[in-house]
Design a protein around this ligand. Structure first.
Ligand code: FAD
Ligand code: FES
Length: 479
């Protein structure tokens, strides 16, 4: 397995197109919900947030049913890099500036508690999930960003974290400087969470797969990419994250063929990033610039959701929605965020108080923080809606090479056509069934992606990611 030829990377994509987490754990196979079921709490979504919430609620004696549209732990949680840390880029400087030190303290406390919650469970249940304590570094490559790192150290200390300014983080390439948090961690997220999932059935609890509930989205999807490489040099000691115009993330992980070094990054808004295949190639080039890469064995990518002030939404959905709670918008940091959300929601749902919850309140928005960016994001989404693209010139004649796709106007329909490697064409409606945006082709994953709220569909039109609840109509099949 693996690609080693440098010239090759310009033509083919590096690595096997599969997440190492999914490749090294068994598949799940829970039955769909058939008929009605009465429980204390229905948890919609079997990712880290849903499974942790269900576990905490069950520990407090509540009957829970997890409803998963597809298979549990395969969506974002199955495609993460799983650094368990309260160090999320340079977020403390942002929170102190947008809000205050008290909000930053709550954010830090929730995420630190999440690391300890995982650590305690791993120990109590003796879960074999490659859990390791690591120091976590965020670094910058440019001299102009040095001051940002100094400000982050100071803001993180205000938030109660013992942050350290570091001139030379332990990496084999030059960087400007870094901030370090100690006693952070990393783990194999599926090995850990599958242990939790297996404990849910029984005691009034249940897990249903292939069971989709109705819901909506209120954040912005961002896609990012990971390569699992094997190095010809010693792997770096720690977890690393470079902030800047594009992020670059590094961590190590034991795998089937020895120690892997994951590199990640190339983030962009879903459906708005140009060629996704080229993102993998760029990431492979970056990996080779920074490390002595022996092989690239796996590649995967997925999208996470971000709120406009980068603090997740955890809590009651709205003032008029009694009994409905949400946990989302982890912005690429849901290993701790999703775990902390489970702890907070269990407190809120069982009527207890939670010391961090007001910092994460989904109803917190006012003009003070996030307002400006929220408007910009809404304008960005609006640009993609029907009114705008209906007048876009779309060609009606195409000759596609195998593996290519395009959007054309055919009669009254806007058609997405994909030609597979054997020359067979698949035609779907290229209008997103969620709220009518024009879909874009994702050449890395061979899917139709929506630039508005991140729904994704296979080339045969089947929903891969919501909020869309309906498949695309197939336009090449007779009814
Ligand atoms: C490349 C990459 C690297 C990352 N690295 C890190 C990292 O190092 N550290 C970190 O902390 N975080 C990281 N993250 C972020 C982290 O992985 C996510 O924040 C986290 O996995 C999100 O978990 P979740 O439970 O919210 O979502 P998911 O894992 O996506 O789970 C949501 C589930 O809900 C289901 N669902 C959706 N709609 C419905 C419906 N209508 N009915 C029923 N079920 C439904 C989906 O099928 C899915 O299984 C990374 C993310 C990416 C993309
Ligand atoms: S319009 Fe909302 S996901 Fe496509």
């Amino acid at each position: 397995m693996g690609t080693t030829d440098k010239a090759d990377e310009h033509e083919s994509l590096p690595g096997e197109p599969r997440s190492l987490w999914l490749d090294t754990t068994p598949e799940t196979d829970f039955d769909p919900l058939d008929g009605d079921r009465r429980v204390d709490v229905a948890v919609v979504g079997g990712g880290i947030a849903g499974i942790t919430t269900a576990t905490h609620l069950q520990e407090r004696g509540r009957e829970v049913a997890v409803l998963e549209a597809d298979r549990v732990l395969e969506a974002v949680t199955g495609h993460t890099t799983a650094k368990l840390t309260s160090k999320h880029g340079l977020i403390y400087r942002e929170i102190v500036s947008n809000y205050d030190a008290e909000t930053a303290r709550k954010y830090a406390a929730a995420n630190e508690a999440a690391i300890e919650d995982v650590a305690a469970r791993v120990e109590e249940r003796d879960i074999d999930c490659d859990f390791r304590r690591r120091s976590a570094y965020t670094y910058v490559a440019d001299r102009e960003k040095r001051q940002n790192v100094r400000e982050e150290v100071s803001a993180a200390r205000k938030a109660g974290i013992d942050a350290v300014f570091v001139e030379d983080p332990p990496l084999p390439y030059d960087v400007e400087c870094a901030v370090r948090f100690d006693d952070q961690a990393q783990f194999h997220p599926r090995k850990y969470l599958l242990d939790l999932v297996e404990s849910i059935p029984g005691d009034g609890g249940d897990v249903y797969e292939r069971t989709r509930a109705l819901y909506f989205a209120r954040q912005f999807p961002k896609r990012s990419y990971v390569l699992a490489t094997r190095l010809a040099e010693a792997p770096p000691d720690g977890t690393f994250y470079r902030v800047g115009d594009t992020s670059f993330s590094v961590r190590t992980q034991p795998g089937p063929d020895g120690e892997y070094t994951f590199v990640g990054g190339q983030n962009h808004k879903t459906g708005q990033g140009g060629s996704t295949a080229e993102r993998y190639r760029k990431l492979a080039r970056q990996a080779r610039e920074h490390f002595d890469v022996e092989s690239i064995d796996y590649r995967w990518s997925t999208q996470d959701y971000e709120t406009s002030d980068r603090i997740p939404f955890v809590g009651k959905l709205g003032p008029t929605t009694d009994g409905v709670y949400v946990a989302t918008g982890f912005g690429g940091w849901g290993m701790t965020g999703g775990t902390a959300a489970g702890m907070m929601l269990a407190d809120l749902i069982t009527g207890g108080s939670n010391p961090w919850a007001d910092a994460f309140d989904p109803m917190r928005f006012d003009a003070r923080a996030g307002g400006k960016e929220l408007l910009t994001e809404n304008a960005n989404v609006a640009k993609e809606f029907l009114g705008d693209w209906a007048t876009k010139p779309l060609t009606s004649v195409v000759t596609l090479s195998p593996g290519d796709a395009t959007v054309t106007r055919e009669g009254g329909s806007v058609v997405g056509t994909y030609r597979d490697d054997d020359g067979k064409e698949y035609k779907v409606s290229a209008v997103c069934p969620h709220m009518g945006c024009l879909l874009e082709w994702n050449d890395g994953e061979r899917s139709w992606d929506c630039p508005c709220h991140g729904s994704r569909f296979t080339y045969e039109g089947e929903v891969l990611d919501g909020p869309a609840n309906a498949d695309l109509s197939r336009l090449d099949l007779d009814d």
